[in-house]
Design a protein around this ligand. Structure first.
Ligand code: IMP
Ligand code: MG
Length: 181
C-alpha cells in the first residue's frame, strides 16, 4: 500500500518491509556476535506494545537460548511527545545477575529507555544493552550508548510495524510517514 488513512491523518510509505527485514538481519547478527557463545542466557526485554513486531523478527533470527520478558511504557499522545514516561506494566521476572537486551521499536528523546535502564540497574541486572529498530538521532536528548540500531531516521512522526498513531496502525507491515512531511 502506498498510502494509508488512520483516523484524521494520511500517511505515505517510508520504509518497506524488506528494509526492516534487512535491519533485523544486521541487528540479530550483532547480538549473536556478542551473546551467541551460549555462556549466558540473556533476557530479551520487549518494550510493549511497539517493539512486539521487531522483537519477534529478532527472536526468529537468534539461534541460541534467550529468555523473553516484556514490560510496558507509555509516552506519546497522538503525534506529540509530551516528555512524560509512565510504566504501565512492570517486570514479571527477577532480573538480578542477568544480562539484558532491551528491544525498542524506536528511540526518540530516549527518555523511555533512560527510565527503563535505571530500573534494571537498580534491580541488579549485571549488563544492560539497548537495541532499537529505529533511532531518531536529532531528537535524542540523553547520553547513553545505543548498542544495536536497525535504521536511523529523521525526527518525523511515523507509524507501522509496531508503531501506532493513537493505538492504530501497529499491524501495518511497512513503515509510513505523515503525508505532509
Ligand atoms: P522516547 O521516550 O522519546 O525515546 O520515545 C519512545 C517511545 O515513543 C517509543 O517507544 C514509541 O512508542 C513512541 N514513539 C516515538 N516516536 C514515535 C513515532 O514517530 N511514532 C510512533 N510512536 C513513537
Ligand atoms: Mg515503544
Amino acid at each position: 500500500m502506498e498510502k494509508v488513512k488512520l483516523e484524521d491523518k494520511t500517511f505515505k510509505i517510508f520504509i518497506e518491509h524488506t528494509e526492516i527485514m534487512k535491519a533485523a538481519d544486521r541487528v540479530a547478527e550483532q547480538i549473536t556476535a556478542d551473546f551467541g557463545d551460549g555462556k549466558d542466557v540473556p533476557i530479551i526485554l520487549c518494550v510493549l506494545n511497539g517493539a512486539i513486531m521487531f522483537t519477534a523478527e529478532l527472536l526468529k533470527r537468534l539461534h541460541f537460548n534467550v529468555q523473553l520478558v516484556s514490560t510496558k511504557y507509555t509516552s506519546y499522545h497522538g503525534t506529540v511527545r509530551d516528555g512524560h514516561v509512565i510504566q504501565t506494566m512492570g517486570l514479571t521476572t527477577d532480573i538480578r545477575h542477568r544480562k539484558i537486551i532491551i528491544v525498542e521499536d524506536i528511540i526518540d528523546s530516549g527518555n523511555t529507555i533512560a527510565a527503563l535502564k535505571r530500573e534494571l540497574e537498580e534491580n541488579g541486572a549485571t549488563l544492560v544493552k539497548v537495541c532499537t529498530m529505529l533511532f531518531k538521532p536529532d531528537a535524542f536528548i540523553n547520553d547513553y550508548k545505543i548498542d544495536y540500531v536497525g535504521i536511523n531516521i529523521p525526527d518525523k512522526f511515523i507509524v507501522g510495524f509496531g508503531l501506532d498513531y493513537n493505538e492504530i496502525g501497529r499491524n501495518l507491515n511497512d513503515i509510513y510517514i505523515l503525508d505532509e512531511d
